[in-house]
Write a protein that binds this ligand. Structure first.
Ligand SMILES: *Cc1c(COP(=O)(O)O)cnc(C)c1O
Length: 411
C-alpha cells in the first residue's frame, strides 16, 4: 500500500438539493471543529444541559427528557421503540411511504405485534381513518411518520393526540425530515415521544438524533428498567418481557447519563453534540416560526418554478411537506441522465426515488441551510438548461419568472 495515493480529504463542491443530506451550515461545521472535552468536565455537562434546553425549544415541549441519541436518525427511532415496546405489544403503524415500513420493521425486531393501515403513495390519513384503526386494533402504541421524504407527504398529527388519550394509546412520531421546516408541537399535540435527525431542516450533518419523551413515556421506560437486574440473572422468567434488549439504546440508562446522576453509559459524541447545539441555536435565533415560514417560502418558490416549467408534481399538494417536492419525470426524459448532468455540469444534487416511484419521480429538497433563494434559483436554472439539452424544451425563463413572482416583495 502506498500511503501517498490517499490524498487529504477534499470533497468536490456540491449544492445538495435532494431529500437529505443537505449542505451543513458553516457555523455548524465551525462548532464541530472545536477541541474535545472530558465527558464529566463541568464545561461538557453544561453543554449537555444547554442542548436539552435548546431542543425543548425546537420540539416545543416542557419534557425534561429531551436529549441526543448518538447515531443517525434511526438510532433515535430504535432507542424509543426498543425502550417502549415490550415483546407481544400491539402497535399500529399508518404507512404512507418508505419510512412507515421502516417503523414496522424495527417494531417487529422489538417483537411487537405490528398492525398497519395503508394509503397509496402521495396521500396521507385522515384522523378518522386512524381512529377507526385504533378502535379495531386496540394498540398500545401508535407509531407515525410526520414527514415521509419518500413521498414528500406530511401527515397531519395535531388531532391524533386527543384520539390516543381517549383510547389509552402512546403516541410517537418520526419527525426527522419535518422538524424545524414544518410545524410540530410536541406538548400541544399530545405526543409521548418524538425523534429527529440533523441532516434535513436542522441543517447539520447526520450523526445525532434529538429525541423527547413525555413524563408518561419516562414512567413506562423506568418501569422496565427496575426489573432489569433480576432478568439478567434469570432469563426467561416472569418479567422477561420487561427487559430492554439493547444496552446502547436503553433510554433508562441514557436518562441516567444525561441526568444529574451522570451514570457512565457511552462516551457522548462530543463533536456531534457541538454541531447539534449550533443547529438548534441557529434556528432559535432565527425563531422557530420564522424557520418554518422560510421553508414554506422557498418550497413554494421551487414549486411555482417547476410548474412554470410545465412539469407535473407528485402527490397531494395540500399535504406536501414544505421542504421536499416530487417532480414527475417527463415522458421520454431519462431521469438518471438528468441527475448526472445536474451533478457533473452544475455540481447540483437532486434526488431519485424508491419503490413505486423509482424512475418516475425526482425529489428536490429546499431545507435547512439550503432553504434559500439563491439555491432555488440556481437549481431551477440548471434544471431548465439540462432539460433543454436533453431535448425537453421548456418555455425559456418561465421557471425563474414564476419563482420570482412567488418571492415578490417577500425576499
Ligand atoms: C431521512 C429520514 C430518515 C433518515 O434516517 P437516517 O438514519 O438518518 O438515515 C428517517 N426518517 C425519515 C422520515 C426520514 O425522512
Amino acid at each position: 500500500m502506498d500511503i501517498h495515493q490517499f490524498s487529504q480529504i477534499n470533497p468536490p463542491q456540491r449544492l445538495l438539493m435532494g431529500p437529505g443530506p443537505i449542505n451543513a451550515d458553516p457555523r455548524v461545521l465551525r462548532a464541530m471543529s472545536s477541541q474535545l472535552l472530558g465527558q464529566y468536565d463541568p464545561a461538557m455537562t453544561h453543554y449537555m444541559n444547554e442542548v436539552m434546553a435548546l431542543y425543548r425549544g425546537i420540539f416545543r415541549t416542557e419534557n425534561r427528557w429531551t436529549l441526543l441519541i448518538d447515531g443517525t436518525s434511526r438510532a433515535g427511532i430504535e432507542a424509543i421503540l426498543l425502550s417502549a415496546i415490550r415483546p407481544g405489544d400491539r402497535v399500529l403503524v399508518p404507512v404512507f411511504g418508505r419510512f412507515g415500513h421502516l417503523l414496522c420493521e424495527i417494531a417487529r425486531r422489538c417483537r411487537a405485534e405490528v398492525h398497519t393501515i395503508e394509503v397509496p403513495w402521495g396521500e396521507v390519513f385522515s384522523p378518522d381513518q386512524i381512529e377507526d384503526a385504533i378502535k379495531r386494533v386496540k394498540p398500545r402504541l401508535l407509531l407515525t411518520v410526520q414527514g415521509d421524504t419518500s413521498t414528500t407527504m406530511l401527515q397531519p398529527l395535531a388531532e391524533l393526540g386527543v384520539i390516543c388519550r381517549r383510547y389509552g394509546v402512546l403516541f410517537y412520531t418520526d419527525a426527522t425530515a419535518s422538524l424545524a421546516g414544518n410545524a410540530l408541537e410536541t406538548d400541544a399535540w399530545g405526543l409521548d415521544a418524538v425523534s429527529a435527525g440533523m441532516q434535513k431542516c436542522l441543517g447539520g450533518p447526520s450523526g445525532t438524533s434529538p429525541v423527547t419523551l413525555s413524563p408518561q413515556m419516562e414512567e413506562i421506560i423506568r418501569k422496565r428498567k427496575c426489573v432489569e437486574e433480576g432478568i439478567r440473572t434469570a432469563a426467561h422468567q416472569d418479567g422477561d418481557d420487561e427487559m430492554i434488549y439493547s444496552n446502547y439504546f436503553d433510554l433508562g440508562m441514557i436518562m441516567d447519563y444525561w441526568g444529574p446522576e451522570r451514570l457512565n453509559h457511552h462516551t457522548e459524541a462530543t463533536s456531534a453534540l457541538f454541531g447539534a447545539r449550533e443547529c438548534a441555536r441557529i434556528i432559535l435565533q432565527e425563531g422557530l416560526d420564522n424557520s418554518i415560514a422560510r421553508h414554506k417560502l422557498h418550497g413554494d418558490a421551487l414549486l411555482k418554478g417547476i410548474q412554470g416549467m410545465g412539469l407535473e408534481t407528485f402527490g397531494d399538494l395540500q399535504h406536501k411537506m414544505n421542504n421536499v417536492l416530487g417532480v414527475v419525470i417527463p415522458q421520454g426524459v431519462n431521469g438518471d441522465q438528468v441527475r448526472k448532468l445536474m451533478l457533473d455540469d452544475f455540481g447540483i444534487e437532486i434526488g431519485t426515488s424508491f419503490g413505486p416511484l423509482h424512475g418516475k419521480v425526482w425529489r428536490i429538497g429546499t431545507m435547512g441551510y439550503n432553504a434559500r433563494k439563491d439555491c432555488v434559483m440556481q437549481t431551477l436554472s440548471a434544471l431548465e438548461a439540462v432539460l433543454q439539452h436533453c431535448g425537453f424544451g421548456t418555455p425559456q425563463g418561465a421557471a425563474l419568472q414564476a419563482a420570482w413572482d412567488r418571492y415578490g416583495s417577500e425576499a
